[in-house]
Design a protein around this ligand. Structure first.
Ligand SMILES: Nc1nc2c(ncn2[C@@H]2O[C@H](COP(=O)(O)OP(=O)(O)O)[C@@H](O)[C@H]2O)c(=O)[nH]1
Ligand SMILES: [Mg+2]
Ligand SMILES: [Zn+2]
Length: 358
């Protein structure tokens, strides 16, 4: 629990959300941020501290697709009655950014991983995990969701300096524009440089394969072992993984979200098939007029401009789309989403039968 004064701004509230304040016009409602989701229960946080909540019946029945329900990082409008066990979520504020994954067993539907994240820290270990193509897949996903990507290379203590150097120059040569932080959680080399970059009130979500040191790093940031780390040393005992995503407010004021392994993201198999480097496209995309530009027909699209100028090849451009479709983080038509989410809808209808709140 937090034992210091917090306000909504220190939890990431900004003008984007302020502009939606009408949603919460009724005086008995307040805003809160989703710190964790546990099936139909939510852990929320606002200036009054942490508290439990459920979706109001009205909200629940109005929505049926998985991504329409609140996820970690979301801002919601709640009715909080001090005598009730659970506050009631009335509405969900429009997301500023989103990190999404392909639905399990379905090539097109998507599910939310986290919302309103400012920076997505893509973590790879330089010891047997470094992979440029997989990194590029993450970069596509991050850029499409509107957050800023950072790259973290962990376990520098396990490789010779020359190996790390070659990985760093490979990164540079590929044109990846994101900041890169090499560090070791063991020797702590590079850790302070990384911590210094974290800004109060900004949200950082850590993604990457299981075992690369995300939880170890975040535990270091928290200053105590709050997250269970995954001991990969092969003795078979104590093999724990991050089971839920939780938004954690650090002493320094930054907000962090840990994540389980990359299987979660539907980007397994990144090494096969398409290949190629898309960092040129993802970095061009940063210059598009619209944040959620699909690079197909929007005015002010930097990717189309580069395509027309012959700076990127047509085949390369097509491959990029294949990749982004495959990673299922591309925009879909509403009808398509409805169709693909039908299975989830069926599941929700079943779940509704046994639900009895308000
Ligand atoms: N040598 C070395 N081991 C590390 C480093 N960071 C984490 N580890 C170890 O790697 C294993 C997996 O770490 P964990 O934080 O659970 O990875 P996560 O799955 O990404 O959260 C643990 O045994 C850690 O002690 C590092 O920088 N160097
Ligand atoms: Mg972990
Ligand atoms: Zn564009």
């Amino acid at each position: 629990m937090l034992n210091r004064q917090i306000d909504l701004i220190s939890l990431g509230w900004n003008k984007w959300f302020e502009a939606q304040a009408d949603l919460c016009a009724s005086h008995e409602n307040t805003f809160a941020r989703v710190a964790a989701v546990d099936r139909d229960q939510f852990l929320l946080i606002n200036q009054t501290g942490q508290f439990r909540a459920k979706m109001s019946g009205h909200f629940f029945y109005q929505h049926e697709q998985s991504h329409e329900f609140p996820c970690v990082g979301d801002w919601v409008c709640v009715t909080k009655n001090p005598t009730d066990d659970f506050a009631l979520i009335r509405s969900l504020l429009d997301r500023k950014t989103s990190l999404r994954r392909r639905s399990v067993g379905d090539g097109h539907g998507y599910q939310m991983i986290a919302a309103n994240v400012d920076y997505i820290v893509i973590v790879q270990s330089c010891h047997y995990d470094f992979n440029l193509k997989r990194l590029e897949r993450y970069l596509v996903m991050v850029t499409e969701g509107g957050a800023e990507p950072w790259v973290l290379l962990t376990k520098t203590d396990l490789v010779k300096p020359a190996i790390l150097d070659s990985q760093l120059s490979e990164l540079r040569a590929s044109g990846i524009a994101a900041p890169v932080f090499p560090l070791s959680n063991m020797t702590r080399e590079g850790v302070d440089e990384f911590i210094r970059m974290l800004l109060p009130g900004k949200t950082y979500c850590f993604v990457g394969s299981s075992g690369v040191g995300k939880s170890t790093l975040i535990n270091g940031l928290i200053g105590r072992d709050m997250l269970e780390t995954n001991n990969v040393s092969g003795t078979g005992e104590g093999r724990h993984t991050t089971v839920r995503r939780e938004l954690i407010l650090l002493e320094g004021g930054a907000l962090v979200i840990d994540n389980p392994g990359m299987r979660e993201f539907g980007i397994l198999g990144a090494d096969s098939g398409l290949g190629g480097s898309f960092s040129d496209i993802t970095s061009l995309a940063a210059a598009c007029r619209y944040r959620n530009c699909s690079h197909t027909n929007e005015p002010g699209c930097a990717v189309i401009k580069a395509l027309e100028a012959g700076e990127i090849g047509v085949e390369h451009y097509d491959n990029y789309f294949k990749l982004s479709e495959e990673s299922a983080f591309s925009q879909m038509s509403y009808a398509e989403k409805r169709k693909k989410d039908r299975d989830f809808g069926k599941y929700i209808k079943l779940a509704k039968k046994d639900l009895k709140h308000d």
